[in-house]
Design a binder for this molecule. Structure first.
Ligand code: FAD
Length: 518
């Protein structure tokens, strides 16, 4: 049999998993990684950042966390060590080409018009075709020399939370250039070592823009350095149900949101009449569960006192994967005044700091840290040479990035994306996707017609718009992970029911180890 060459772009968690599972099918992966080490986002987190997902949900199905890691929420260094030991254990490093940036990928196959007339992915529904290859143009990050590789299949694992910072847009002359102080993105802060970061913020009036994980961690670090003398202001647009822990009223959150029963309360894509009826009948319970969690968060954190009670439900928060964990004692810092929370629907820069729409006095500052996220989608789209493929992957601005099973674009042959759509435990999600993809590549199953795939994507698009509100482009499967996994299992011929017994099946939370073997 011909040796199939696979190019994997990125050696974060997704790329390593893709490497392991393609190897398991006798394929020949080569992983291109622009950095000099594996681990992706975990190589450069803010020093005090911890895993937000409880450890058992963020683990490789066949490689448990070592006993030495006793914390439920390990820190960034521990996560990186865990990922590194996984890669060593499965001998993956020899497949990684470090310091090699993929500049672009070009498809060498049938002309665009022919591809547009296809009714099956790749023309025949198969992952490989004799008349189609991808040309991968890479650059050595040190010598800057370029080289082109030819492969049979591409797996894009470029990550969503790194690379291209999301910088808000400002009117002319009212952006960072108008400010006499310094403006950086959270990724620049994360790239500094702890001591350098401390020195950098020391004595400065810092404004952190954002209210997600990096923003909260950076604000905490700044307040540790500067105290109440020079408080750190956190500027946010929308309140979030950021959680103090995963035990609302002593009940594990996983019992409330990661079981088959919890998914019965939610309207699902392609659910059929009976399940739809059940979700409607159970909607009061769905509301009550959300209120139950919200009341616990309000009990533990002084959200009301500081005007931080969100307008949306906790269910929407978890369905849009927007939950962050609040660092321990964060609100103590707010109470003492070393962190100030300030809402701003819109702002612009002025000479002395930030001018908030509707306020006369500017917010004077020396340093603004934009913890405003990343443009992961742009990174994904930019890598294509073909405008047609760029447009395909971008999809419409009013819908999700159109990926079947969150992995395959029906109109881009011989290519998969892993790690774009989110969940609350992304390692678990990437692993099951890589297993599905490996089976597809091995010929265990065939994809349905392009039309059917597009219909399926549209059903998920409707679900995500309904469940995630303005955050639908995150393509979050967090509140329907089991329903989603069931589809992958059925495709690859596994029994989707992974627990023993009716009650366990219904009420036990699902996690990575449920899928350790077929
Ligand atoms: C601060 C922080 C905390 C997080 N905490 C959690 C958490 O608690 N739970 C959770 O589920 N998720 C969390 N996440 C999400 C996290 O991104 C995923 O869990 C996971 O690590 C993503 O892995 P990945 O391989 O898909 O992407 P990444 O880790 O981003 O890896 C992508 C890799 O691709 C490489 N790359 C990109 N473009 C190219 C190119 N053109 N050429 C070559 N190489 C390229 C990059 O250098 C990088 O190494 C967190 C993210 C951040 C930033």
């Amino acid at each position: 049999m011909e040796t199939r060459k696979i190019a994997i772009v990125g050696a974060g968690i997704s790329g390593l998993l893709a490497c392991k599972y393609t190897l398991s099918k006798g394929l020949h992966p080569i992983v291109f990684e622009s950095e000099t080490s594996i681990g992706g986002v975990w190589t450069k987190t803010v020093e005090t950042t911890k895993l937000q997902t409880p450890k058992p949900a963020y683990q490789f199905s066949d490689f448990p966390w070592p006993d030495s890691v006793t914390e439920d929420f390990p820190n960034g260094h521990q996560v990186l060590e865990y990922v590194e030991s996984y890669a060593c254990h499965f001998n993956l490093l020899k497949h990684v080409k470090f310091g090699t940036r993929v500049l672009s990928i070009g498809y060498d196959g049938p002309p665009a018009e022919a591809m547009q007339s296809w009714s099956l992915w790749g023309g025949d529904g198969m992952p490989f075709r004799s008349g189609g290859k991808w040309k991968i143009r890479v650059q050595d990050c040190l010598s800057l020399e370029t080289e082109t590789y030819e492969v049979d299949f591409v797996i894009l694992c470029v990550g969503r939370f790194s690379g291209i910072p999301n910088i808000p847009e400002f009117p002319p002359n009212r952006g960072p250039e108008a400010f006499h102080g310094k403006v950086i993105h959270s990724m620049d802060y994360a790239a500094m070592d702890y001591q350098a970061a401390k020195e950098f913020v020391s004595g400065k009036r810092v404004v952190v823009v954002g209210l997600q994980k990096s923003a909260l961690d950076i604000a905490m670090e700044c307040s540790t350095v500067n105290g109440v003398e020079r408080p750190c202001t956190v500027l946010y647009k929308t309140e979030h149900w950021n959680v103090p822990d995963y035990l609302p009223w002593g009940v594990p959150l996983a019992l409330l949101y990661l079981t088959r029963f919890s998914e019965l309360l939610v309207h699902k894509p392609r659910e059929g009449l009976l399940l739809s009826l059940l979700a409607t009948l159970l909607s009061p319970l769905r509301w009550a569960v959300s209120k139950f969690v919200e009341s616990d968060i309000k009990r533990k954190l002084p959200l009301k006192k500081f005007g931080m009670v969100p307008k949306h439900s906790f269910l929407q928060e978890i369905s849009s994967c927007a939950i962050s964990t609040v660092p321990e004692k964060f609100y103590d810092r707010v109470e003492e005044g070393s962190i100030i929370l300030k809402k701003a629907l819109a702002f612009r820069f002025c000479e002395d700091g930030i001018s908030i729409n509707g306020e006369v006095e500017p917010l004077n500052s020396d340093l603004v840290i934009l913890a405003t996220g990343f443009r992961g989608e742009k990174k994904l789209v930019d890598v294509f040479e073909s405008q047609l493929f760029k447009d395909c992957l971008s999809g419409s601005p009013n819908s999700i990035v159109p990926l079947y099973r969150e992995c395959i674009h029906p109109r881009i042959p011989q290519l998969a994306v892993i790690g774009f759509s989110e969940s609350v435990a992304n390692l678990y999600t990437s692993e099951i996707r890589c297993r599905w993809l490996a089976e597809l590549l091995a010929g265990t199953f065939k994809l349905p017609s392009i039309k059917k795939m597009e219909e399926d994507i549209e059903e998920w698009n409707k679900y995500m718009k309904r469940s995630s509100g303005q955050y639908y482009r995150r393509s979050c499967i967090g509140a329907l992970h089991i329903w989603y996994n069931d589809q992958l299992c059925r495709d690859i011929g596994w029994n989707p029911k992974r627990k023993g017994g009716f009650f366990a099946e219904l009420f036990e939370p699902y996690g990575p180890t449920d899928y350790v073997s077929p």
